[in-house]
Design a protein. Structure first.
Length: 255
């Protein structure tokens, strides 16, 4: 459920704001409070360079609406959860790569120090020490490379999932627009620039949701058959999270 500013006042500082204002002109607080699909908090969403919009509480990706008049079907939740899972997976792999990289650097440093001391004749580390160090450094280097590759792969999953979520909400919005669906109408309903709305309109046409003349090919809002199975979505996300946590070399600490 969406809740705007009460009696035209900011929900945070109490400053008078226009009825359809997305943010407070004084403090910048979002006036479009919605329940976050990730953390469950009723909060606003802030623009983000990568996630487009992120929750003000948990930082998860969100698709806010630009007006209180529009409603969503909820079909975007699954895609948003996949994007958030990929974001967290990337962060975990990056943290694991950094930790492993420190261990690798320490191993190489010890090897270099003992090698230098051996050259000047202070100590005699022996061939066994060097062999053990190399056998340790080699797997660590391989693990760092694997974790970085896995991190990049998880990062590449974010944008397609976000595209799917935004397309779903755009289709919901298109179904509620009176008259032809145009880029201007989409830009007014969603917090995006008109150039972005034109790209979104092209995607709606490519997916045969909107015709070239702006008319709809099918309705989404109110069709119970299109409602997402949230229990199935949660089970899928939890299964992917458990698989991510069981991956070798990935730490399970909370980031």
């Amino acid at each position: 459920m969406t809740s705007g500013s009460a009696e035209g006042r900011c929900v945070a500082c109490g400053t008078d704001v226009p009825a359809e204002a997305a943010v407070c002109p004084r403090c910048g607080t979002s006036q479009r409070m919605e329940v976050c699909p990730h953390c469950g908090a009723t909060a606003g969403a802030t623009r983000d360079a990568e996630l487009r919009y992120r929750c003000d509480v948990c930082g998860g990706p969100r698709v806010p609406l630009g007006t209180k008049k529009m409603r969503r079907s909820g079909k975007e939740i699954g895609a948003l959860k996949r994007a958030e899972l990929a974001r967290k997976g990337r962060a975990k792999n990056r943290a694991a790569a950094a930790f492993t990289g420190v261990a690798l650097a320490g191993t190489i440093g010890i090897l270099a120090i003992y090698g230098l001391l051996g050259v000047v004749g202070v100590v005699n580390p022996g061939f066994g020490f060097f062999l053990a160090s190399l056998l340790t450094a080699g797997p660590l280097a391989g693990l760092v490379a694997w974790l970085l590759a896995r991190s990049r792969a998880r990062g590449k999953e974010i944008e397609p999932a976000l595209d799917e979520a935004w397309l779903s909400v755009a289709a919901d919005v298109a179904a509620q627009i009176k008259g032809p669906v145009t880029a201007r109408a989409l830009a007014d309903a969603l917090p995006i620039a008109e150039s972005q709305a034109e790209e979104m309109l092209a995607l709606l046409e490519a997916h045969e949701i909107v015709r070239n003349d702006g008319s709809l090919t099918r309705m989404r809002i109110g069709a119970s058959a299109d409602k997402p199975d949230l229990a199935a979505v949660e089970a899928e996300v939890e299964a992917e999270a458990e698989a991510e946590a069981r991956a070798p070399g990935v730490t399970r600490e909370k980031l």
